[in-house]
Design a protein around this ligand. Structure first.
Ligand code: SAM
Length: 290
């Protein structure tokens, strides 16, 4: 008998909706939402909501210590703080032409002095470590780049945090070619683990290179694909999922696809509203909290 045909999605042309359906495998709009497992009563008032807030403040003030099992997140990369051919607002030539991040994020310029950015990201990771259970894991997506002839591999951010492994996310390249550069096609995911973390059964068969197409058709300027969040969640054995840089709600949608509870934090009211609409479109139970 011939093998069953795998569901294929065209990398470059896949929209957020197509990837969602292919990865989660359900069209949630007309299906009744599945009941979520209540795993931790101390978090019940926080889960299933996008909290419109500064994430460090929210984590420190509202989330109990050692209560979260898995964090899947991608911070702003500080891309507008760039040496050389940096990303300028309105650039319509070179490798940044048409990049949706030319003007930064809605409530964040993505242009901090480097030392300040590193300090901020270390504060974010410290707050994440505080709320993480002793068997919990953080999947921290970032991007390496060369600045002033030196590799900026983000070691200054993650130094001292218990990084156990680095996963390569092989994504499709952008559409803007530059004659001085090979087309960049990867980002990294730092897997930062508390001491008792173990992968869920069978997850160690995933390799450390994940080939996942980027998403098109999302109003947010820098979403990660639902499949990326989905793989991280699948690799963690259970418990509540947190994304402190929630953006358009991708992690929440992936979490619900795995019947896992989630908490989202996002600074921009505009993106909170976007996340709410995407999440309720697919799941029907998102709430924004000011
Ligand atoms: C790379 S995007 C995350 C995109 C998200 N993974 C998705 O799939 O849509 C980073 C997000 O962090 C948000 N952000 C920036 N500073 C923040 C802060 N202090 N607290 C919470 N969110 C913040 C930005 O508004 C932006 O939406």
């Amino acid at each position: 008998m011939p093998p069953a045909k795998a569901k294929l999605i065209e990398p470059i042309d896949a929209t957020f909706e197509q990837v969602m359906k292919a990865v989660i495998g359900v069209q949630i709009a007309n299906d009744p939402p599945q009941p979520l497992m209540i795993v931790d009563k101390s978090l019940q008032h926080l889960t299933g909501k996008v909290w419109c807030s500064d994430n460090v403040r929210f984590m420190n003030e509202r989330i109990p210590a050692e209560s979260i099992s898995c964090i899947v997140t991608s911070p702003p990369y500080n891309l507008k703080n760039s040496t050389g051919n940096g990303m300028k607002a309105g650039t319509n030539s070179g490798k940044w032409a048409g990049n949706p991040l030319q003007n930064g994020y809605d409530s964040h310029g993505d242009n901090m002095p480097h030392a300040e950015y590193v300090k901020w990201q270390r504060e974010c990771l410290t707050a994440m470590m505080r709320v993480l259970k002793n068997d919990g894991v953080i999947f921290y997506n970032h991007k390496w780049r060369v600045q002033n002839g030196l590799i900026q591999d983000r070691h200054d951010i993650i130094e001292g945090f218990p990084v156990r492994q680095i996963i390569i996310w092989k994504r499709a390249g952008g559409i803007n070619f530059n004659e001085g550069y090979f087309l960049p096609t990867y980002e990294v995911i730092y897997m930062i683990c508390k001491p008792n973390f173990k992968l869920s059964a069978g997850a160690n068969k995933m390799t450390d290179v994940w080939e996942i197409p980027q998403v098109k058709g999302n109003e947010h300027p820098a979403p990660f694909p639902i499949e990326l969040a989905s793989k991280c969640i699948e690799a963690s054995p259970g418990g509540v999922i947190l994304d402190p840089f929630m953006g358009s709600g991708t992690t929440a949608i992936a979490a619900s696809g795995h019947n896992r509870e989630w908490i989202g934090i996002e600074l921009s009211k505009k993106y909170c509203t976007l996340a709410e609409s995407k999440i309720s479109q697919y799941i029907g139970k998102a709430q924004i909290k000011p």
